[in-house]
Structures are given as C-alpha cells and as structure tokens.
Design a protein. Structure first.
Length: 324
C-alpha cells in the first residue's frame, strides 16, 4: 500500500520510520497501534493510520490535562497556577511577538488549542484593546478561559469572526492532518499572521526520544518552508527555540519515570477496605510530595535553558507566517 506525504504528496520517498511510542501505556485505548512514516523529500514525518476522531476528541476533552499527569502536572486548586502566565517562558513569547508584529494593528486574536490561554492573556495585559477568541474543548481549561475573557468556539468550522493574529503553541503536532493551515488562511484578515511553535523533529529527535507523547505530525524547518508555500503564506520568521533536544529527551524520560512510579505506588494495594480507610490519605500525601518534586524539577535553570538556547539542535521551531 502506497502512502503519500501530506505536504509534498510524494509517495516514492515515503518510508516506514518507526513504531509509535506511547508515554503513558494506558493511552493505547485512544491511539491504538500506530506507525510513523517519513518523507525524504520534505523531511516531514507523520503517524499512520491516524487515530479515530471520536477517540481524540474524548481524550483531549477529558484525559489530557488531568491533575498529576504529564505533561502538565496540574494542580487545579493551586491559585499560583493561574499566575503562570508571568513565567519567563511566556515573557519570552511576548518579546518575540512584539518585536516582529505591529500590535497597534491587531484587534482580534484567535488562539487555536489555547489550553489556559496564557499567551493571549499576557498580550491583552499589554494591549488592552485586543479581543480574545479561542478553540479549546478541554474541561480543565474552560473555567480559566472564561475568567480571562476568551470567547471559545468549540467547533472551528462554526467560527464567524476574522482575525488579525492566530496563535497556536505546540498544538499543530497533535492534529491528524495539515489542512488546518487552509482554515487559518480563511479565518485571517488580509495580511493577518499566524504565530506557531512545534517540536523540531529531526533525525536526532527520533533516534533518542523516550516516547512520541501525543504528537501525530512531526515537523522540521524544511517541511514548514514547503508547507508555507503550499498554503500561500509569506514566512516572516522561522527560527529555533527552547532547550536542546538532548535536554528535552532527558526531561521527557524523568517525567515518564515519575508518573510510572506514582502510578505503581497508588495502585499497589490489594485490600480495598484498608485502602479506603488508611492508604488513600498516605497515598495522596505521597502524590503531593511527588508533585512538589515536579515543581522543583521545573526550576529557573530549566526556564533559562528554554529561553536562551539557540541552534538547529533545539527542541522547538517557532515561526510567523503572513497571509499573502
């Protein structure tokens, strides 16, 4: 069976790269057994066959950001969690965007896969006239998005607004196809822009990765350049960011191991009555202790790595495309 590259549509240079690696074993219920294919022509990789839409919709609505689960390790009762928008990482986004874009001309901002909407929220703090819109179905995020004055379109096909700026940070990799760029083109006003960030999936990334997380599309700088041309976008900027791929793999493995250890600790007790009466409080204390270790593990040194690193061995690629 021939498989075409979604970007360049070449089939002769598409080869099987590897089996898909799950970070959390129980996620197989939603992702099934996938393979990863690679196009030598445009250096783009993709999962095949893609998971079913209803499985992904349920997963991202109900599972992805559950408390005490990577990659977010949320504590929804921690009020300090809501202050994360002031992190060095988000301030770095603010600096990047305000250098390259004229925000005196931006009124409508749409965040696709916004999560808690931190980037848009920090931009609105600086430019109060901005109106915030998003698409986010995650039940963990909807309350805080409401508090941050986002208008949430849960179905991208039913959006009746046009936007000066679309942002999408580490979301595009989780989609099942690249046609969202065609939709972005329709949603943008003339000369509107897209800011995005995706994982830098070079050969080194695949050779050393502990798992694929929930990514289904694997971009490189070359594939993004071809993609921009395919959908008629002008490239304003395309650059590397974040810590190194080597550091990223280390962090991924540490996070995976911590989750597995927590899970083993939590479910290792057989006596249900004793578990209910005695073990749950101790287990929750242990989970809290592990969560604090995660907080320590996400320290200032790691943020400095994220914001100051450069070069083609970086974990992320960020870019700005403008509608032609």
């Amino acid at each position: 069976m021939s498989i075409n590259c979604p970007i360049c549509e070449n089939e002769r240079k598409v080869n099987l790269l590897d089996d898909y690696k799950l970070g959390i074993k129980t996620d197989i219920k939603y992702f099934k057994s996938l393979k990863i294919y690679h196009c030598e022509e445009c250096e783009f990789s993709f999962a095949n066959p893609m998971p079913e839409k209803h499985d992904l919709d349920y997963y991202y609505k109900n599972i992805y950001r559950l408390p005490n689960r990577p990659p977010y390790w949320r504590d929804n009762n921690d009020e300090n969690f809501k202050k994360n928008y002031l992190s060095d990482k988000n301030l770095n986004y603010l600096l990047y965007l305000t250098i390259l874009l004229d925000f005196t001309k931006i009124e409508n901002l749409y965040d696709f896969g916004s999560g808690d909407g931190e980037i848009g929220f920090i931009l609105k703090k600086k430019f109060s006239k901005i109106k915030l819109f998003c698409t986010e179905n995650d039940t963990q995020c909807k309350k805080i998005l409401g508090e941050r004055d986002y208008t949430n379109f849960e179905n991208v096909e039913k959006i009746n607004e046009r936007f000066d700026l679309i942002i999408s940070s580490q979301v595009l990799d989780h989609l099942t196809d690249i046609n969202i760029f065609s939709k972005f083109y329709q949603l943008l006003k003339p000369k509107g822009s897209i800011f995005f960030e995706v994982v830098n999936c070079t050969k080194y990334y695949f050779d050393n990765r502990p798992y694929d997380s929930q990514r289904l599309l694997f971009f490189t700088k070359k594939s993004l350049e071809i993609l921009a041309k395919k959908f008629n976008f002008e490239i304003i900027n395309l650059s590397y960011s974040s810590y190194s791929l080597n550091d990223s793999h280390k962090f991924m493995k540490e996070s995976q191991n911590m989750y597995e250890n927590m899970t083993k600790s939590y479910f290792s007790h057989k006596n249900v009555k004793n578990f209910i009466k005695r073990i749950i409080p101790a287990s929750l204390i242990e989970m809290r202790r592990n969560y604090l270790e995660i907080k320590k593990f996400k320290n200032e040194d790691r943020l400095n790595l994220f914001t100051n690193n450069t070069g083609d061995n970086c974990y992320l690629i960020r870019g700005i495309f403008r509608k032609n």
